[in-house]
Design a protein around this ligand. Structure first.
Ligand code: IYR
Length: 236
């Protein structure tokens, strides 16, 4: 697009909702989201690949810096790959829990009952690994004429990638919960092993690892609460 031309615009698709319905919708969503919990005890019951794909497509509607959509969602269901991810994650977590985290961090985690053992990485039927594109490869989307193979020699900047991928991950968690699945945002650290095991290119950095599925029978979660509206909201 040359600088003397306005970029292509189109009418916004927007449906005005009656005010009473607006409040009911907002409340319904709040109540639905209040039931979302991080789950660490999964059943091995498989999940529909189509359902996961719908949720990933929902995540892909998130806003992003310069609309670069700097994300990849890798769906892992192969038991051998899940086993390799568990082994590598636990190797890092053992060092985290015994050396890197320190007492203040360990006591902050006590109510969650976590430790270096991550059986859910093998038991959950699917792991979604979210990758953040620290930069792009090839020609930037707005200068691409035709769909061509990216030239790996060419790099272009992406913008606000942490924020963009964080928002997309939030959308993904909402979509999975809304679809009737449970999930965990897991961040074994450092996560470099995921790029290697999953064969992602150098520009893609593992952002979060999300086991997805159904809760194990009798699944327990920490008895924690959320801060009240009065506590989190300030009027000016
Ligand atoms: N990554 C470790 C430790 C951990 C850290 C935080 I902050 C949590 O909210 C939960 C766990 C683990 O997964 O055990």
């Amino acid at each position: 697009m040359s600088s003397d031309r306005r970029p292509a615009f189109k009418p916004l698709e927007f449906r005005r909702i009656p005010p009473s319905e607006m409040l009911a919708r907002a409340r319904d969503l709040r109540h639905e989201l209040a039931l979302r919990r991080s789950v660490r005890e999964f059943s091995a019951e498989p999940v529909s690949p189509e359902l996961i794909d719908e949720c990933i497509a929902a995540a892909g509607t998130a806003p992003s810096g310069a609309n670069r959509q700097p994300w990849t969602f890798v769906v892992v269901t192969d038991p051998a790959v899940k086993r390799a991810i568990r082994a590598a994650a636990e190797a890092e977590e053992r060092v985290n829990y015994s050396e890197r985290m320190g007492n203040e961090w360990l006591s902050a985690l006590e109510p969650l009952g976590t430790n270096a053992e991550k059986p859910f990485l093998e038991i959950a039927p699917a792991l979604i690994v979210v990758f953040r594109h620290a930069h792009g490869v090839g020609v930037p989307p707005e200068r691409r004429q035709l769909a061509t193979e990216p030239d790996s020699e060419l790099h272009y900047k992406n913008y606000y990638t942490q924020e963009s991928v964080g928002i997309a991950t939030g959308f993904l968690l909402v979509a999975l919960h809304h679809a009737g699945l449970v999930a965990l945002t897991h961040t074994p650290s450092p996560m470099g092993f995921l790029q290697k095991i999953l064969g992602r290119p150098e520009n893609e950095k593992a952002y979060v690892l999300i086991p997805v599925g159904y809760p194990a029978p009798g699944c327990q979660v920490p008895d924690i609460s959320r801060r009240s509206l009065a506590d989190v909201r300030i009027q000016r």
